[in-house]
Design a protein around this ligand. Structure first.
Ligand code: R5P
Length: 311
């Protein structure tokens, strides 16, 4: 999809593909008709990154594309350094496109006597590094992003993800594995033209074990169930929902999530729970075959088209 670019984005705009850009920088540059410049990058023997921008950024709008997984902290530090480099060298406006934004799940205070929230710290550091605008996708919750000092745009990653599912899955039923995924489920059900249900989940804060609190009264017997979520990390949430779907007589169960972190034995865990296919997007590098490209949505969000409002 080719995106129309407003005039002020057309002059002297530059896309920097960060070391963790997963090829999205190149796609966004081509879609917005901007010049592409891969970031200079090497890792010193002690593990520190040498990263920077070789192009002349003076007076230009710069879009830096850097996802933040795997190795969240390193990817973030590289993003801060690239933004600082662009700002110091006179960039006019810096937009950070962070397809997967690490720490966005950590939006609550964990200690009783503290008000510190991790995502607030990350947003503050982005701003301090010179980032004027932030574009991301499926950030778990959108509200905490409102504490960023600049503009925030959320790209629609659900439409391309579910369009991919739609090609394969007939007679679907959409299941949200927890309340937080209910908006995603609603959108997915609209695209798939089917019903959806929402499970109530609880996670043990110590062991991480997921259990189901509320089982929705849904008729999924003989249906092909699509469990949707913003992300899959350990796969425990999807596995619990898949067991529920199987217990209600689902014909098949697949999982669709925007960010496939798939840590440790996530794939095995979901397979053992009856998941026959996993669908995801290219917000991070991943070896799953069913991957939807969300570069068109990210490009659109860069120019404030079709972006999802903060709630
Ligand atoms: C949390 O509420 C998120 O939306 C996901 O459900 C969760 O992060 C998935 O984690 P895991 O795969 O480890 O259960």
């Amino acid at each position: 999809m080719k995106i129309d670019t407003p005039k002020d984005h057309n002059h002297g705009a530059l896309v920097i593909e960060g070391p963790c850009g997963n090829g999205l920088g190149e796609r966004i540059a081509s879609s917005l008709n901007h010049e592409l410049c891969p970031a200079r990058h090497k890792v010193f023997p002690d593990g520190e990154s040498e990263v920077g921008i070789d192009a002349d950024v003076k007076g230009k709008d710069v879009i830096i594309v850097q996802s933040t997984f795997p190795n969240q902290d390193k990817c973030l530090i590289e993003l801060f350094i690239m933004a600082h480099d662009a700002k110091t060298n006179g960039a006019r406006k810096i937009t950070a496109v962070v397809p997967y934004l690490a720490y966005a799940r950590e939006d609550k205070k964990y200690k009783v006597k503290s008000n510190a929230v991790s995502i607030d710290a990350i947003l503050h550091l982005l701003s301090a590094a010179g980032v004027d605008a932030l574009v991301t996708a499926a950030p778990h919750k959108t509200k905490p992003l409102a504490s960023f000092s600049g503009e925030v745009s959320i790209a629609d990653a659900i439409a391309p993800l579910i369009d991919l599912v739609k090609r394969d899955v007939k007679e679907p039923f959409v299941l949200a594995p927890d309340k937080g995924a209910s908006e995603i489920a609603k959108q997915a059900a609209q695209i798939l033209n089917c019903d959806y249900g929402v499970i109530g989940k609880q996670r043990d804060k110590i062991t991480g074990e997921v259990s189901i609190l509320n089982k929705p009264d849904v008729d999924i017997k003989g249906k092909n169930v699509v469990i949707v979520d913003d992300m899959i990390a350990t796969g425990s949430t999807i596995a619990a929902a898949a067991q529920f779907a199987r217990s209600r007589g689902a014909k098949s169960v697949v999982a669709a999530a925007v960010h496939l972190l798939l840590v440790k034995d996530a794939k095995e865990r979901m397979k053992n729970a009856g998941i026959s296919e996993i669908y995801g997007t290219n917000t991070i590098q991943c070896s799953i075959p069913k991957i939807a490209d969300i570069s068109a949505s990210l490009s659109a969000a860069c120019v404030k088209k079709n972006a999802i409002a903060l709630r």
